[in-house]
Design a protein around this ligand. Structure first.
Ligand code: ZN
Length: 474
């Protein structure tokens, strides 16, 4: 048998398309580098197995129209069938016979009886379905979880250059890639779903985090029957210590099947880049449980002394920080909780639906003196003709202007620059693109570690890009 090493994939395909002369190949070579090239052309028609292990199969062209479907063994979807039946019936009747001879470990491929040539070019089939070799390439890329369009172009390029499969990969559709991707990723998803048992899920998440160098604390608050998981990387602790003067905090839900809330502490480093300071999960978002988690972060990072904590308007989180950082009464630096202006104004749109009153409150928010701010709040209350709105403002905004109004932030350019939790919100939304309410905690932390790393690089690149744009103008 002559060596077939120097035959290109295109030549192999041609020889297996119209089989003009019988081919004999070692079984392994046939199954590895010949058959995967033409699985889209041939569908099985008939087969037979001998007692000694030898067997043969007869294949018919995919464009042949079977009268009965009993021999249709390869699953052709209804869609595909509809496409083929739009063609003239009995369009192509080409058949081949493949024989496996087990004792000599060879495969013989020949034209079946006096089967005719195909009545159409190979491209007609390539347009409908991709051969196994292309599907394998797609699966290989899909495992790396690249976006579908990137996979399409990578496979097209590789298929055309290295396998001279130009004609078959050219027709590769993004939808096909997405389908294959779902199948491949589905298998990987089971790892992210984790154990059915919450205790072993916690254990697995904890071990994975520790393998990645994280410090992990699992805690219980027995009076509330709640629990949580604090996890911080040493590099994050350094950042928290050095840049925690202003700390952003926010929580996000639906990242795991227990709906444990995920909290992130976020800081801005000396390069002006946002970065994670610490994370924790809590089984329920109540003041004591959140406070316990913050206390653990604090004990892991003794020099973390937030002067300001910026958050969406939330009494639970504000009280939790008050418990963990009691401030002057414990002989420490005061820790003030301040509210995100964007979030506050969004709440006002809903609750203070009298526009003139709301405008007054927005003016109060931006007033630079305390006395001026308080006067505007009083005016807003007087102006309102709806008792509900009046009491809403009195109850929530009259006595705590330092939490939501900017007069209290005039001391620091950083506070005036950073008035919203948006940077943290966009980090969380990046995270939520990948996590799912069906994942276990193991899945959430697995994705979180990857996303945190990638997101940091993305932010950095955006910063460098803007820096270049700015400096090029000078
Ligand atoms: Zn044909």
């Amino acid at each position: 048998m002559d060596t077939n090493d120097n035959i290109t994939p295109t030549e192999k395909r041609m020889r297996l398309f119209n089989v003009n002369e019988p081919i004999e190949l070692p079984i392994e070579e046939f199954e590895k580098s010949w058959w995967p090239l033409v699985t889209n052309i041939w569908t099985q028609y008939n087969s037979y197995k001998f007692v000694n292990g030898d067997s043969w199969k007869i294949y018919v062209c995919r464009l042949a129209k079977h009268r009965e479907s009993s021999t249709r063994q390869e699953g052709i979807s209804i869609d595909k069938r509809r496409q083929t039946s739009a063609r003239p019936s009995d369009l192509c009747n080409a058949k081949i016979k493949i024989t496996w001879l087990m004792s000599s470990e060879v495969v013989q491929i020949e034209r079946y009886k006096d089967s005719p040539d195909h009545t159409h070019p190979m491209q007609d089939i390539d347009r409908i379905k991709r051969p196994q070799v292309v599907r394998d390439l797609v699966e290989q890329e899909a495992r790396k979880n690249y976006p579908s369009p990137a996979i399409v172009s990578a496979v097209k390029e590789y298929g055309a250059d290295n396998l001279s499969l130009g004609s078959t990969v050219r027709e590769l559709k993004r939808k096909e890639v997405t389908n294959i991707k779902h199948k491949v990723r589905g298998a990987m998803e089971t790892n992210l779903v984790g154990s059915d048992n919450i205790e072993s899920d916690i254990f697995e998440a904890k071990s994975h985090l520790e393998d990645q160098g994280y410090q992990v604390n699992h805690f219980h608050v027995s009076s509330h029957s709640t629990q949580g998981l604090v996890f911080v990387h040493p590099a994050q602790l350094t950042k928290l210590r050095n840049h925690g003067w202003l700390t952003l905090v926010d929580s996000t839900h639906k990242t795991n099947k227990y709906d444990w809330r995920l909290f992130t502490l976020y800081i801005r480093d000396s390069y002006g880049c946002w970065d994670v300071g610490a994370h924790f999960f809590v089984s329920r978002e109540d003041g004591d449980t959140v406070a316990e988690a913050i206390k653990i972060v604090r004990s892991n990072c003794r020099h973390w002394m937030p002067r300001y904590v910026l958050m969406d308007q939330s009494n639970i989180e504000a009280n939790a920080f008050k418990k963990a950082f009691p401030g002057l009464q414990a002989g420490e630096q005061e820790c003030e909780t301040i509210f995100c202006t964007v979030h506050t104004m969004r709440t006002w749109m809903r609750r203070i639906y009298e526009k003139t009153v709301r405008d007054k409150m927005v003016m109060a928010m931006h007033k630079t003196t305390k006395i001026g701010c308080e006067r505007l709040v009083a005016e807003a209350i007087n102006q309102s003709s709806i008792p509900d709105i009046q009491s809403y403002i009195q109850r929530n905004y009259q006595k705590n202007t330092q939490q939501w109004a900017l007069w209290a932030r005039q001391c620091s350019p950083l506070l005036l620059q950073t008035t919203s939790t948006n940077p943290l919100e966009s980090y969380h939304s990046e995270l939520k693109k990948r996590t799912s309410p069906t994942h276990g905690l193991i899945g959430t932390v697995y994705i979180l570690i990857t996303v945190t790393h990638k997101y940091k690089i993305k932010i950095l690149l955006i910063d460098i890009y803007f820096y270049r744009c700015c400096t090029q103008n000078y």
